[in-house]
Ligand binder design. Structure first.
Ligand code: SF4
Length: 95
């Protein structure tokens, strides 16, 4: 389940750097998350970083895109081929 950014976003910029996958870019009026890069921070953090730092709670889960922890781990490994990401890497599924 990738995260999405909703219209409440005020382009404050706090979410961009914490994202471990460089999944967040600036759109016309709000920031945008590339769902093919979002792992819900699985592989890196116990808490989705964008949602954690957003001051207006504009980063929310996309209920139309439900994905398993295994799928998200696989994506994290594909996005970071040079990095060792073990099965028990940080994940909000087990936090
Ligand atoms: Fe990036 Fe994590 Fe937010 Fe997904 S949940 S966009 S990986 S910071």
């Amino acid at each position: 389940m990738a995260f999405i950014i909703v219209d409440d976003c005020n382009l404050c910029d706090k979410c961009v750097d914490p994202c471990p996958n460089d999944a967040i870019t600036e759109g016309d009026d709000i920031y945008i998350i590339d769902p093919e890069k979002c792992t819900e921070c699985v592989g890196f953090f116990d808490v989705p970083q964008c949602a954690d730092v957003c001051p207006v709670d504009a980063c929310i889960t996309d209920e139309d895109r439900v994905e398993s922890e295994a799928d998200l781990l696989e994506r994290a490994r594909a996005l970071h081929p040079g990095k060792e990401i073990p099965d028990d890497a940080p994940s909000h599924f087990r936090a």
